[in-house]
Design a protein around this ligand. Structure first.
Ligand SMILES: [Zn+2]
Ligand SMILES: [Zn+2]
Length: 159
């Protein structure tokens, strides 16, 4: 893979995930956001990881852990297994496999991170719903995505 290619698998980074990373364009689908977040891990674009996480979760993110995880691994390949863009009006699900090598491991074996991620659209932008952040929120509070609905009736179903 050359330096010009996009980590998510396409030929040119400058025509794929880079415009999203620099804020020139927005992801048009959950799958595109997923790809650009993977590429952000590969390119150490930590800010992008933060700002594409659900608005109400950004404060709770462990930035250091994210940065360490980004840097510790050599990101080899992204495989989208299945994208379901319409779980309901504003939620989507993307199943993927990220292939990487933990550069701190002695074996240097390729590992596969297999995950089913959920995404929410808010004011025409897609955000990642992070299942690992501490939800300091009760079911009756307004949702973390900014929809104004109760958490219980919105994103809680997908976390
Ligand atoms: Zn890309
Ligand atoms: Zn929500």
């Amino acid at each position: 893979m050359s330096n010009l290619s996009c980590p998510c698998g396409s030929v040119l980074y400058s025509q794929c995930c880079q415009p999203l990373h620099i804020g020139k364009t927005k992801a048009q689908s959950a799958e595109q956001l997923m790809r650009s977040r993977y590429s952000a891990f590969a390119k150490y674009e930590i800010d992008y990881i933060l700002k594409t996480t659900a608005l109400g979760q950004q404060q709770a993110l462990d930035v250091k852990a994210i940065a360490d995880w980004s840097k510790a691994n050599q990101w080899l390949k992204l495989e989208i297994v299945k994208a379901q863009e319409k779980l309901d009006k504003n939620h989507a699900q993307v199943e993927f496999k990220a292939h990487y090598v933990d550069q701190n491991s002695h074996t240097q074996q390729v590992e596969i991170h297999h995950e089913i991620s959920h995404f929410v659209r808010h004011e025409n932008e897609w955000y990642f719903l992070d299942p690992t952040t501490d939800q300091q929120i009760t079911m009756k509070q307004p949702c973390i995505c900014g929809s104004g609905k109760k958490f219980k009736q919105c994103c809680a179903q997908f976390l």
